[in-house]
Ligand binder design. Sequence first.
Ligand code: AMP
Length: 272
Amino acid sequence: MQRVAEEARRAGKSIGCVPTMGALHEGHLSLIRRSRAENDLVVMTLFVNPIQFDRKDDLARYPRDLDRDARLAGEAGVDIIYSPGVGEMYPDGYATYVTMEGLADRWEGATRPGHFRGVATVCTKLFTACRPHRAYFGQKDYQQSLVVRRLVADLNLGFEIVVLPTVREADGLALSSRNVLLSAEERRQASVLFRSLSVAQAAVKRGERDAEKVRAGIEAQIRSAPLAVVDYVAVCDPDTLDALTRIAVRAVALVAARFGATRLIDNVLLEP
Ligand code: AMP
């Protein structure tokens, strides 16, 4: 991968990188299409990164379908799929990890210990392989997009991070590779996540500025779905992810909840 990337760079070509864990859906494809439009060479990485999973069962259940992914990626404009093996990424004796303080410790970081250490480590390794000019991420994983921006800035990796809007189902549920793991009833109830966030968005537009009131409203609505188990609901500063008491300029509402064995996250920006 490094040789191919270096050759492309020497030939003056720009490289767009789209990191994924496969089980592609329209969310991934939107990133690929944007990367196709903005770069000469489009690399999709496909690696189900074991060290970012805090639960063994989640890793074991994670959907995988390389043949389908290869077809969809090709149709959307991917030139190269870089899909290293686990042993190639983390051979015996592997000992180096990238940890981030502050931003990575809260919300997803607090409920999934080691998650962002795994993300930051794998992204560093994937970027080192792909030598991108731009890398594409989804707003769906809002905190991850901030962590990756911070990583690229702090380690002087020297390329652009592009974050694209969340692609949703007709009922608002954010597309996720994990959605296929939901039972019919869990799937039906999972739409409460975006519904509750939309209600919050409307309240803030109408003038609500009390962040705790907005937060509690989202949480109450999610809890009204009998199968939902809330991990956290937060209304935060969109850059630092510090919890807010008042919504002055912009805020982001972050939610994480489990439906049966499947954990889902979502978020929206709140703008007065
Ligand atoms: P994953 O394969 O789940 O690790 O996701 C790979 C990339 O796709 C990440 O940058 C995600 O934020 C992004 N992504 C996942 N779901 C969506 C979605 N519904 N809309 C937009 N981007 C998404």
